[in-house]
Design a protein around this ligand. Sequence first.
Ligand code: FES
Length: 136
Amino acid sequence: MKRRKFLKSLLAVLGSTTVVSFAYPLVRFIAPPGKKAEAERLSLRKDEIPAGESKEIVFNNTPAIIINRPGKGYIALSKVCTHLGCLVEFNKEKGSLICPCHAGEFNLDGKVLSGPPPKPLAEFPLRVEGESIIVG
Ligand code: FES
């Protein structure tokens, strides 16, 4: 009799474990975790980036750069090269962004000028409010 009781208990435990292991993923699928965290938002003063200058930032865990393009205003671009992911550098004299790995070159709008990168640099939303530059 003891053996029978033990086997019943063992089956109950195994059955419960099996039910939970199937039910949990189903519940997570039906009711996913809460809303994603709000996207990052970054604010700088306009006088931090004079015309023709740039400032490096990290936005949403991505190395990025804000450039004050003479006559065209501010732009926020990812520094991650679209070829193999090296970080591009702002070249003030040439007015472009150059990748040190395979000499990919982007203009200050992030578009490819030359080299192997297959697509433009990612651009982040940016707006100017009064004396502030807001990215995100
Ligand atoms: S990683 Fe930038 S050009 Fe190759």
